[in-house]
Design a protein around this ligand. Structure first.
Ligand SMILES: [Zn+2]
Length: 303
């Protein structure tokens, strides 16, 4: 009987696992309702499409030899992203690679399910891969303790800084941009329409935030690399090939409004070769403010 009850339990577990894969988690209430708000997918430029929610980017770069998806947003958005990919006329099983901006739940929470459903391989920097495998619970994350956990991504192929990931005619280059998280990454590629080819840049978040418990300080003298790394990120951002900048939070650059004005298919509104340089300047401001804030805190009398 013990054997039988074990078998019953095993079947129940298998059924539960399948049920979990088929049923996305119930929508939660996020501070930003746009994160789960449906968004009609649209072409950004050439073979680059927006397939995310209204408030969180997921980007599809397509080719006849397979597609690359950047970011998975939230777990409950997975059916929306999959429907958006299909609505554009593409097949889920043709998504061969999934890349990530940074391994927080609002950009990576859906990656495990998307990798499962498409069969795609997940590719990330070594530091991002570590966080993805931990389901976001990375002790080296400045927001560790506050950042929500998500489904662990079991298999991640490591990409080195400067490495170009290829899939058929597609070639996306990885630029490490640590700061918001240690594994933060910018990805760049080229998309063409007729004879005009443009540099596309998917550029990661640059907000320097820490968990409420304050265990993490960018100015920690034991970790001089934290400031040095972010200074490197600022340099990297300023030098990215960048005709059209895309960000994980589309509202941060009014991406959807610009792209869909005048009824859509309006790439010229998105072209701004100065966008990444301006973003780098903003990152410098964020760093200066963060350093000032932490220095002020360390000088204030202990309570
Ligand atoms: Zn984040």
């Amino acid at each position: 009987m013990k054997g039988l009850s074990f078998l019953t339990a095993s079947i129940a577990l298998v059924l539960a696992t399948h049920a979990q894969a088929a049923t996305p988690p119930a929508p939660q209430h996020y501070s930003n309702a746009a994160w789960t708000q449906p968004q009609k997918p649209f072409r950004i430029y050439g073979n680059t499409y927006y397939v995310g929610s209204h408030g969180l980017s997921a980007i599809l770069v397509t080719s006849p030899r397979g597609h690359i998806l950047l970011d998975g947003t939230l777990p409950e958005n997975v059916p929306m992203i999959e429907a958006n990919i299909r609505a554009l006329g593409f097949r889920l099983e043709d998504v061969k690679l999934i890349l990530n901006s940074h391994p927080h739940f609002d950009h990576a929470g859906g990656i495990a399910a998307l990798a499962h459903d498409t069969g795609a391989q997940v590719v990330a920097s070594a530091k991002a891969a570590k966080a993805l495998k931990l389901g976001g619970e990375d002790p080296d994350d400045p927001q560790y303790g506050d950042a929500s956990p998500y489904a662990k991504v079991e298999h991640v192929r490591i990409a080195d800084g400067g490495e170009t990931i290829k899939l058929g005619p597609l070639a996306l280059t990885m630029h490490p941009t640590p700061g918001h998280t240690p594994g933060g990454t910018a990805w760049t590629w080229t998309s063409c329409e007729q004879t005009r080819c443009l540099s596309m840049a998917y550029v990661d978040s640059i907000a320097l935030l820490t968990a409420n418990n304050g265990h993490y300080r960018y100015t920690d003298p034991a970790h001089p690399e934290r400031i040095a790394d972010f200074r490197g990120t600022i340099d990297t951002l300023a030098k990215l090939p960048c005709d059209i900048m895309i960000a994980p939070h589309p509202d941060s650059i009014n991406l959807i409004e610009k792209a869909t004005q005048h009824g859509g298919n309006n790439p010229d509104a998105l072209i701004d070769p100065n966008a990444c340089k301006a973003y780098a300047a903003k990152a410098q401001v964020n760093l200066d403010e963060r350093i000032a804030k932490e220095n002020a805190k360390s000088k204030s009398p202990a309570r």
